[in-house]
Design a binder for this molecule. Structure first.
Ligand code: LLP
Length: 421
């Protein structure tokens, strides 16, 4: 459920008509609903209310400072994967002891930044990383809490580019070798082993892969405790999918996911961390765009909009589907036309949807790409020298620009022409 609905014939974000945002901010623009974000975060908390837990929002899904502050103020932790994300979480007011640091390629500079700034836990992904972190922490006189990310070799049954829990993926340490790696971790100075970490992929629409993976984590936890480690936390990653289409195939709910966690690891007495990103913010955002031209091609018509692949990369990168809806509510029974919805970028891959069924639209009309709050703005670029798409946050009847569209002057000012040229 989200808060983008038609009222009085016009699509609104909460109580704000999207046409008002388009008129004041221009298009393309991302629009987020605070009420939807709050609701989704609450559902995860509720799903884990049977135990001590921390819901760590995966910052990579949407790293706007206003979004992070909203989450942080509700008590969310943050899962970060770079020094930039760490800086954003801190700037949004999230204390270090609520930040976990994941990622296969943390640099020494990033580790130092997080140790100095405060960190809840590093999720270690390899032995070289573990040894480097130990040496750095010891040299700084610190003892940092660590979990080791294990790769359970489970098929998450999702798109190959976002599956992370198979042995062929670059993530984590093979679960079969985990005991040996934990033994080394326990011997190394500067590290304090606190838990086990796993994340098997993104946009999961089936709970069985979770059940399998978490079952393996439970077994490992017993074995590690028998080896003398104190395992007090389990970081179970993120990945719960969202409905991208308004049909009856909705993925499982957070409450059902929470039950799988309870069934598999609930009796271990561990604090549970989870790292949802998409499920919290995906359906809390839309990309609002204007029709530039209707172009009649041979055998097909094109709806050319002012958003492009650089603003929302998912369709061209993963073949992802985003529902496209007109901002003016279609009258029941109105004629629909079939369009290929495309952007202005000079690549055929700049296609959002082929064969979209939409009511009669004209140049200047507004349409919205739904489910665009996660992995939308964060993956945008300035390809074709198109200004980075701005972001707006709505709460009730108010809205604010939370990232402004850069001017051409600002874009050009980042380049330097050397004096010898
Ligand atoms: N934790 C870790 C360690 C991750 O790598 C990820 C996502 C998450 C949590 C959050 O997963 P979520 O709950 O959002 O599914 N750009 C792709 C998705 C890449 C996901 C990468 N890792 C897309 O647009 O579908």
């Amino acid at each position: 459920m989200d808060h983008f609905n038609y009222h009085d014939g016009a699509l609104h974000a909460e109580e704000v008509p999207l046409s008002r945002i388009a008129a004041e901010v221009g298009t393309p623009v991302y629009v987020y609903s605070a009420a939807t974000l709050t609701r989704h975060f609450g559902l995860f908390r509720q799903a884990l209310d049977w135990t001590e837990h921390l819901v760590c929002f995966a910052v990579k899904a949407n790293s706007n400072l206003a979004v992070l502050k909203l989450m942080g103020d509700m008590g969310a932790g943050m899962d970060v994967v770079s020094g930039g994300e760490y800086a954003r979480a801190r700037a949004a007011g999230v204390p270090g002891d609520r930040i976990v640091f994941s990622g296969v390629g943390k640099t020494l500079a990033e580790m130092r930044q997080a140790i100095e700034g405060g960190i809840r836990q590093f999720n270690i992904e390899s032995e070289p990383e573990m040894r480097a972190l130990s040496e750095l922490a010891a040299s700084m006189g610190a003892e940092v809490p660590v979990a080791i990310r294990v790769n359970p070799d489970v098929d998450a049954k999702t798109h190959e580019k976002i599956a992370t829990g198979k042995s062929e993926n670059k993530f984590g340490i093979p679960i079969a070798r985990a005991r040996e790696v934990y033994a080394e971790a326990a011997r190394l100075p500067g590290l304090r082993v606190v838990g086990v970490d796993v994340h098997i992929g993104s946009q999961l629409t089936d709970l069985e892969p979770y059940r399998l993976a978490y079952g393996k984590v439970a077994e490992l936890t017993h074995a590690l405790r028998a080896d003398g480690h104190s395992i007090t936390r389990l970081d179970l990653g993120g990945g719960l999918g969202i409905p991208y289409r308004r049909d009856n195939n909705a993925p499982p709910l957070p409450i059902e996911y929470g039950q799988v966690i309870r069934d598999t690891v609930g009796d271990l007495g561990c604090e549970i961390e989870i790292e949802p990103g998409r499920n919290i913010v995906g359906n809390a955002g839309i990309l609002l765009t204007s029709v530039i031209w209707l172009k009649e091609g041979e055998g097909r018509d094109f709806l050319i909009v002012d958003a492009a692949m650089n603003d929302l990369l998912r369709p061209s990168m993963y073949g992802a589907h985003h529902d496209i809806v007109p901002v003016t509510e279609p009258v029941p029974g109105a004629d629909v036309r079939t369009f290929d919805v495309v952007g202005p970028v000079c690549e055929s891959g700049d296609t959002f949807q082929k064969g979209a069924q939409l009511p009669g639209l004209a140049a200047g009309d507004l349409v919205a790409f739904r489910s665009a709050g996660a992995y939308g703005a964060v993956m945008a670029s300035e390809y074709n020298s198109r200004p980075l798409v701005p972001e707006v946050l709505v709460r009730g009847d108010q809205f604010a620009v939370i990232r402004a569209r850069p001017t051409f002057e600002e874009m050009l000012a980042r380049d330097t022409i050397p004096e010898w040229l």
